[in-house]
Design a protein around this ligand. Structure first.
Ligand code: ATR
Length: 274
């Protein structure tokens, strides 16, 4: 019988997940399907009835449902609760389990693009304090040895965030960059700044050590102004597209029983749609 998975959102046409999972289904010759389904907020509970009835092995959840599905899942794991969002559902024995794979996507992307990145005692700077920052902090807490500074336009939001996720974290406004920069080995932009060519006028990558790594979760454009400036200073960069690809791996493995590989060919295929 065909194993079925989905991504639900509203709207959903923009999602690249069907392309990613479709490519893997074809590559591994799996009798499965992955479809984008537009589910309006008032239809979400009804969709969960279909899940419990066994129509799907599971799927992904995107905007605006990532928080609303909490109340509908039979179980939400500790990780998704800490991150405050569910992006992946797995159906087992008529129960819907919710988890979050964004933090694994972040780690998988850096492991592939900058091997050894976490073996540093230097400080890290995380820019932004929204939902994406939460997943990044959870990831850093697991793997990064150095101290982590969260810089945000509204410092109170950074304070609130580090109050909720325990770790070696401190909160600051953007003005802290200048004095933190010389001892910083890793900079991660988790804010939407960088989309469509916007940039931080206070962030000069030239103030970072020459060995620093700069990464961005924004991938439209693939090389954000922050990454372009870092690269022109000779710093290592990792773009955000890999995070999208790597976050899809655990879901595919859970629904279809095969752990898929993020290959350059898959990346090129998705890159062509940006
Ligand atoms: P997400 O859940 O996708 O991370 P979010 O919760 O809206 O998105 O968070 C957006 C983050 O980007 C916040 O840290 C926000 O800063 P504030 O807390 O000050 O709002 C940051 N952000 C958004 N637009 C920004 C801008 N133009 N300049 C600086 N920071 C910005």
């Amino acid at each position: 019988m065909t194993t079925k998975a989905f991504v639900i959102g509203h709207p959903i046409a923009h999602s690249r997940s069907p392309l990613i999972h479709g490519a893997w289904l074809a590559r591994y010759g799996i009798d499965g399907s992955y479809e984008a389904i537009d589910v309006a907020p008032d239809a979400l509970a009804g969709f969960f009835d279909r899940l419990r009835a066994g129509e799907f092995a599971g799927g992904n959840v995107t905007i605006p449902h990532k928080e609303a599905v909490f109340a509908l899942c039979d179980e939400v794991d500790a990780l998704a609760r800490t991150i405050g969002a569910v992006n992946t559902l797995v159906v087992r024995d008529g129960k819907v389990l919710g988890t979050n794979t964004d933090y694994l996507g972040f780690l998988g992307n850096l492991d592939a693009g900058a091997p050894g990145w976490a073996d540093s005692d230097e400080d890290a700077i995380v820019i932004g304090a929204g939902g994406a920052a939460r997943a990044v902090l959870v990831a850093l807490r697991r793997r990064y040895r150095g101290k982590v500074h969260v810089l945000n336009r509204t410092p109170a939001n950074a304070e609130a965030l580090i109050g909720q996720i325990e770790g070696p974290f401190t909160a600051h406004g953007f003005e802290a960059f200048e004095h933190l920069a010389p001892k910083t080995g890793l900079v991660i932009n988790t804010s939407s700044v960088g989309m469509h060519g916007s940039r931080f006028d206070w962030l000069d990558p030239g103030q970072l050590p020459k060995t620093a790594l700069v990464t961005d979760i924004v991938y439209t454009p693939l090389v954000t102004p922050l990454l372009a400036e870092a690269r022109s200073r000779g710093l290592r960069i990792v773009d955000g597209l890999g995070m999208l690809l790597h976050q899809a791996v655990p879901g595919f493995a859970a629904w279809f029983g095969t752990t898929p590989e993020v290959t350059p060919a898959l990346r090129a295929r998705i890159e062509a749609t940006l």
